[in-house]
Ligand binder design. Sequence first.
Ligand SMILES: [Zn+2]
Ligand SMILES: [Zn+2]
Length: 177
Amino acid sequence: MAIRYNVSMLLREGIGATRDYEVADRVLIDEDEPRHEEVIGRAALLRTEQGVLVTAHLQGVQREPCSRCLQGMETSLRLKIEEEFIVSANAEADAGVSPPEDTEAFRIDARHILDLEEAVRQHWAAAVPIQPLCRSDCRGLCPRCGHNLNQSACSCPPEEDERWSALHQLAGNIERS
Ligand SMILES: [Zn+2]
Ligand SMILES: [Zn+2]
């Protein structure tokens, strides 16, 4: 279910040692509204001085409604993850090295498990469009009857934009004063 690697062997090897993994896992994408999505791709692990550098090229599909017409749609996402995972304090204490202060850093836990899931979640969140559109010229829904204007026009009369008429009124008032 999760993208976890036991890196104890890799850590015992010297700096520069590598591992390559194929990724095909389901990842918890949204913790508030629990939702799992499949990510596929490759992850390369490189032993560094402080831990393990992960370089992963992953793909996934975001499913959410178009922000204008509310039709279900899919957006394919490409995630390029490049994060260094630091050996955790406990493991470092064993080796007699003081842990780095950076609390934001991803960690390899004391059992030498490198968990890529949180990094995938963060990169996924950064990759999804803020206002997804089913197509760039989506016409959206009629504000009066809710008809999907991509399918056909509706029979509502053309609407005068109230914001503009308010502005015209304001302009008139200013001229008269
Ligand atoms: Zn749309
Ligand atoms: Zn309408």
